[in-house]
Write a protein that binds this ligand. Structure first.
Ligand SMILES: Cc1ncc(COP(=O)(O)O)c(C=O)c1O
Length: 474
């Protein structure tokens, strides 16, 4: 592969890893004849949809939530003495506007953009799983299910957690809840636990919804920044320091979006000891549990000694099984907490989508779905190696991500901050990445690149980034 800068420069490592990652020039083709298929080519306008997805995932999504809303600043609609914006709840007004909005508005106006901004698999749901969902619907299973979700699915979730992670056997009737993605489960957990002023400790950078969910529940977010030189992990010392008499919940999410960081058993055990000492409730978002690489073994937080009784475990089908659109997630934990979440869920949602639940049952019980997960993980792993090596080689120092499907390189060597970098890279070279500080404290000086993108596009993105860096003196 050539990084065609001012006089093209050959990059032997990248050439080698590209060749390995794409036997026969296309690692996807192998997958196509197996149980997983790459997503169909994006239709016109797809990028816009994807950008919107990112925005919807961000705290600022609805325009109505943006910035200030005093009467002086907004013109009341005809017939209203006070603006509608001024009547929004203070909770909603406290949800911060996302700093990435302007940036994505710009991306959607451009052609030929390689987007590394999309945090979702580039696969269609594995065939047997997809068929199970559609067959179930065609057979007429189009009604509500039990509020908590189909018992068969709750049992499958509980069995899977015990099988994979040695989790305590959750009682499917009282300790497992099927939700509309982890998104809903997180919202419910916060609503169930928080009173105004309760503090939630949130290691950052982190998934953008965490902060919004805490605020919407009336709680207070306490930022705990994590950094590349400490592998973006939370340390017991940081945790101890952040605890106050108002602390109620610790929220962790490893493997991490946006850094790709993971925490090993020893590190998590140290966190568990602090949680025990200070009697914290822990919410652990493990939506990327299966997407781990090299020698890393995922450890389920609730399976650590003594943690099941204080932990709400969150997981879902979106990432591991390429099922983002089916909207199925789950929560498992102590009956008192799960019962409260269920109470909110039954009024808010009734039940998660029935077709999605049928598909999820198949995903968790059919060995061919398991095979498909392994194939997808292997492919992400190849792309991770190729892309992270490529970033380091062109001059963007990249922390080694061992989970999820994101790379989080530092852009400090460019002398630009993450916004200027992302903005100029998009305008000059049409590569879309997300400024790291959009994900919270600790993200400054970094950008998030999602690598579930065709290998050839990753290669072109690296070439463009290389050219960009040379132009800017790196
Ligand atoms: C860390 C994390 N948690 C939760 C979610 C929400 O996932 P879903 O609602 O599709 O289950 C996402 C989506 O990007 C995520 O990255």
């Amino acid at each position: 592969m050539h990084f065609a800068g001012n006089g093209s420069v050959k990059s032997p490592t990248v050439v080698e890893s590209a060749a390995k990652a794409s036997p026969g020039n296309c690692s996807f083709r192998t997958l196509k004849v197996a149980t997983v298929a790459p997503k169909r080519p994006a239709p016109a306008g797809h990028d816009e949809m994807d950008m919107n997805t990112i925005l919807m995932n961000s705290p600022e999504a609805p325009t109505a939530l943006r910035s200030s809303s005093s009467d002086e600043e907004t013109t009341p609609s005809v017939g209203l003495r006070r603006s509608l914006e001024s009547r929004l709840s203070s909770r909603v007004q406290r949800v911060p506007p996302s700093p990435i909005r302007r940036f994505f508005d710009l991306a959607t106006t451009m052609d030929d953009v390689i987007s590394l901004g999309i945090g979702e698999p580039d696969y269609v749901t594995p065939k047997p799983v997809l068929n199970a969902g559609s067959d179930s619907l065609l057979q007429g299973n189009t009604s509500y299910t039990s509020n908590a979700g189909a018992l068969e699915l709750r049992e499958a979730v509980a069995a899977m957690l015990t099988r994979l992670y040695g989790a305590p056997t959750y009682d499917a009737s009282t300790e497992v809840l099927i939700t509309v993605g982890v998104s809903e489960a997180m919202y419910l957990a916060m609503q169930a636990l928080l009173d105004p002023g309760d503090e939630v400790l949130v290691p950052q950078p982190c998934f953008v919804s965490y902060t919004a969910d805490v605020i919407l529940a009336g709680g207070t977010v306490v930022d705990i920044p994590t950094y590349a030189d400490n592998s973006f992990v939370l340390t017991p010392g940081q945790l101890e320091e952040a605890i106050t008499p108002r602390t109620k919940v610790l929220l962790i999410g490893y493997p991490c979006n946006p850094t790709g960081a993971v925490m090993n058993r020893e590190e998590l055990t140290a966190i568990a000891q602090v949680a025990e000492k200070h009697d914290l409730v822990v919410i652990s978002d493990e939506i990327y549990d299966r997407l781990v690489y090299d020698d890393h073994e995922h450890v389920m937080f609730a399976a650590l000694p003594g943690m099941a009784k204080r932990t709400i475990h969150l997981g879902g089908m979106s990432k591991d099984y390429a099922m983002t659109g089916w909207r199925i997630g789950y929560a498992a934990g102590p009956a008192e907490l799960l019962g409260a979440m269920r109470r909110i869920h039954q009024y808010l949602i009734m039940s998660a989508p029935s077709g999605g639940q049928a598909a999820a049952i198949r995903a968790l019980t059919d060995p061919s779905a398991e095979l498909a997960v392994q194939e997808m993980v292997a492919s992400y792993g190849e792309r991770r190696r190729f892309f992270v090596d490529g970033l380091n080689e062109i001059g963007l120092d990249c922390f080694e991500p061992k989970g999820a499907f994101y790379a989080f390189p530092s852009v400090r060597r460019t002398g630009m901050d993450e916004y200027e970098f992302a903005d100029k890279l998009l305008r000059e070279e049409r590569v879309a990445v997300i400024p790291g500080s959009g994900f919270g404290a600790g993200g400054e000086g970094h950008v998030r690149c999602a690598y579930p993108v065709e290998m050839s596009k990753l290669e072109t993105a690296l070439e463009r980034m290389y050219r960009f860096l040379r132009r800017h003196g790196v």
